[in-house]
Design a protein around this ligand. Structure first.
Ligand code: ADP
Ligand code: MG
Length: 691
């Protein structure tokens, strides 16, 4: 095949495969399989062994057999809902083939009377007779070897028969092209990798051993990791190539604000503020992510960055995931500006703002009469046109899609800097593979005077011990979070489980309880949160839907029910909702009676450390990366096959190998197809960012 045909084949629509008609392609497209390449990455997760044959006197119930049998007699009942029943024999015994929903004509065709056929399926026993219901294979004797084998099992076969799926994937594997090697030959040799085609074929072959650590699997995982790192490096190069106008400011505004703060900035905060200032003042665009544990004090850093950009004569936008958080940031900023006596125009834009007010805001933004706009994703709608946008800040970035950062980067012109913030401490390999194109700042140190949160654990049957403790807190006018695990698939179940806790607490502490559960919509949720924020209720019962980022300095206790349902990083995040003020705070982990070794270990890690980064690493080791907070919730699947826990060495090798490349070679055409195999199409539109 010629090079152009490779692409034509791998990236052709799934309907171009023999055997994929309209019905099957609709089914595939629903599962996001559009091209042949998409289908190739749906690797078998197990296999079905059809290699066992026997005579009908030696059948075993519940086992899969591939049988040679002769068709003896048809029974096509004329009564609806009764299955068709075909009696067969092999001279040693008898078996019935049972068909639901198969037409008589079809059965007569594939099972001609008195002929020998090959049938494969699971044997069961009903009313004293052996039978196979809807056999997986019925074919002619000459095809027995095709059926009598170990056959890969694919998740996508639910809804398609094994036979049909197998035919489709075999058709594809017969035709996949040899691709020119994109990795260094010496490296391939050293790693004992096979070429792309052979590795792919091996992974689809149920007879080769191909777990996550096999050479074939690692070869393709490395391809993916390399493609991802390459893609990030290319993006980074593109962004860094653009020359922007440097921002000039003397920090006179920000100094005023810092002087009026009730606290001293920590050393960590100061270092990061300086890093950001250098970026703002440089002639390259800032593309930076600020990672800092919950409560480490990221907001003030963001606001200081905004103030400096405003001093330099630019507009600034701060986007957060929820209106309530937007309001909180807005109020904080309002107070800072007032205390420092600065003349800065700022406003709040969320979906809650009424139309007339919104219209006015849009007009003012366009005419540069607003310097700073704080809001939810409403900020990024097409109708919002900034006049001279100099900085975009996204708080709680992991709540937005991973690739959305490119969209935000496009909102401003080439003079617009970008700062992302995330309270999700991500292990290092993950950080590299998601944000490898960005500069990172890590805020590790917590503000001074912050008291560590005391973490305790208790079996649920001793819940009565808690009441005096909670009563004491409420008497001191402090507040309590009570968290129940979210029942994801059922809003009704979720409601009943939280309601049960709510009723129990309501009996103990009448009129002091609020409830947030999965079936409340965003507006209702925020109403309850606001009541809690305004201290109209003292205990907030909720599932994990309580939003991150909101500052509740008056909440000093968090109780987490059935705490082993949560990941460590998630527990740590939940715990971070308290302990933000200067009072003593407590986190109580409730658990069902018996704890596994693993669960005990997890609780121990949490009790012994308050360091989100450490906890995230440990969490990933214990649960695998798929469960890391934020990523699972947002449904982002970062990799098709690579796994940051199992393939950590490959991540390091990929980044070493890419660093060795001459930047000019990043755009080498041999990488084009590699990037395309993993859907790493250009997200950054060069013209747009350099406009
Ligand atoms: P996060 O990093 O989770 O966004 P915040 O910015 O909301 O954390 O800060 C949490 C709390 O810590 C706020 O009440 C904030 O005023 C306070 N804070 C921030 N920096 C300091 C500091 N240097 N010293 C004391 N308190 C601080
Ligand atoms: Mg925050």
């Amino acid at each position: 095949m010629k090079p152009t045909n490779y692409k034509n084949f791998l990236f052709a629509d799934i309907t171009s495969v023999n055997g994929v008609g309209k019905k099957i392609s609709t089914y595939f497209k629903k599962k996001k399989v559009n091209t042949i390449n998409d289908l190739l990455w749906n690797l078998p997760y197990s296999q079905t062994d059809r290699s066992e044959t026997t005579t009908l006197d030696k059948l075993e119930i519940g086992k899969i057999f591939t049988l040679k049998i002769k068709v003896l007699k048809y029974n096509f009942p004329r009564i609806r809902n009764l299955p068709n029943r075909i009696k067969c024999s092999d001279n040693n015994g008898e078996i019935d083939l049972i068909f639901f929903n198969s037409k008589e004509g079809y059965i007569r065709k594939i099972l001609p009377l008195n002929e020998w056929v090959v049938v494969s399926g699971k044997v069961n026993y009903f009313k004293n007779r052996y039978q196979i219901t809807n056999p997986n294979y019925i074919t002619t004797i000459d095809k027995i070897d095709y059926v009598k084998s170990v056959i890969p099992k694919y998740s996508l076969t639910e809804g398609l028969t094994e036979k049909v799926y197998r035919k489709i994937i075999e058709n594809i594997l017969l035709n996949i092209p040899d691709l020119d090697e994109w990795h260094d030959q010496d490296f391939i040799k050293k790693m004992k990798f096979l070429n792309w085609k052979q590795s792919m074929i091996n992974l689809h072959n149920a007879n080769t051993k191909n777990d996550i650590n096999s050479a074939s699997y690692r070869r393709l995982a490395y391809d993916e990791i390399f493609a991802n790192s390459l893609f990030l490096s290319k993006n980074r190069n593109k962004i860094k190539k653009v020359k922007k106008i440097t921002k000039n400011f003397s920090q006179s505004y920000s100094s005023k604000i810092i002087n009026t703060l009730k606290f001293e900035l920590t050393k960590g905060q100061n270092i990061i503020i300086n890093e950001i200032n250098e970026d703002l003042k440089s002639s390259q665009r800032m593309f930076r992510i600020l990672q800092g544990d919950v409560g480490s004090g990221k907001t003030i850093i963001a606001l200081i960055a905004a103030i400096n950009v405003i001093e330099a004569g630019y507009q600034c936008a701060l986007m957060v995931p929820t209106s309530i958080l937007a309001e909180q940031h807005f109020k904080l900023f309002e107070k800072l500006i007032k205390d420092a006596n600065l003349n800065i125009k700022f406003d709040l834009l969320t979906s809650k703002i009424e139309r007339d007010k919104k219209k006015k805001i849009l007009k003012d933004v366009e005419e540069n009469k607003i310097n700073f706009l704080i809001g939810t994703h409403a900020l990024f709608q097409k109708t919002v046109n900034f006049n001279k946008l100099g900085l975009v800040i996204i708080d709680e970035q992991h709540k937005f899609g991973v690739n959305q950062r490119f969209m935000f980067a496009k909102k401003g012109d080439k003079n617009c800097d970008l700062l992302l913030m995330s309270a999700t401490p991500i292990p290092r390999t993950m950080m590299m593979s998601i944000y490898g194109d960005m500069d990172t700042s890590r805020l590790v140190e917590k503000p001074l005077h912050r008291k560590p949160i005391l973490t305790l654990s208790k079996p649920e049957n001793k819940i009565d011990d808690l009441w005096p403790f909670i009563k004491n807190k409420l008497n001191k006018n402090e507040q309590v979070f009570w968290v129940c695990p979210l029942i994801e698939d059922s809003k009704k179940l979720d409601f009943t489980s939280t309601k049960k806790t709510f009723d129990l607490l309501e009996k103990k502490f009448p009129k002091k309880i609020g409830l947030i559960h999965g079936s409340l919509d965003q507006i209702e949720k925020e109403k309850v949160l606001k009541k809690f924020l305004d201290n109209e209720i003292s205990i907030l019962v909720s599932t994990t839907v309580i939003e991150v980022g909101i500052d509740f300095p008056n909440a000093t206790t968090i109780v987490i029910e059935n705490s082993n349902k949560f990941g460590l990083a998630q527990l740590h995040q939940l715990r971070g909702r308290v302990g933000r003020g200067d009072k003593d705070s407590t986190c109580i982990l409730l658990f069902k009676n018996q704890l596994s070794q693993n669960a005990k270990k997890r609780i121990q890690i949490l009790k012994s450390s308050n360091d989100g980064f450490y906890i995230a690493e440990e969490d990933m080791k214990l649960r695998g990366y798929g469960d890391l907070i934020g990523f699972k919730q947002s449904g982002i699947k970062l990799f098709k096959i690579a796994d940051p826990v199992h393939h950590e060495d490959l991540f390091n090798l990929a980044s070493q190998n890419i660093n060795k490349l001459d930047p000019k070679n990043l755009n080498d055409s041999k990488y084009e197809i590699l990037l395309k195999l993993f859907d790493k199409v250009d997200l950054i539109d060069e013209e747009k960012i350099s406009a």
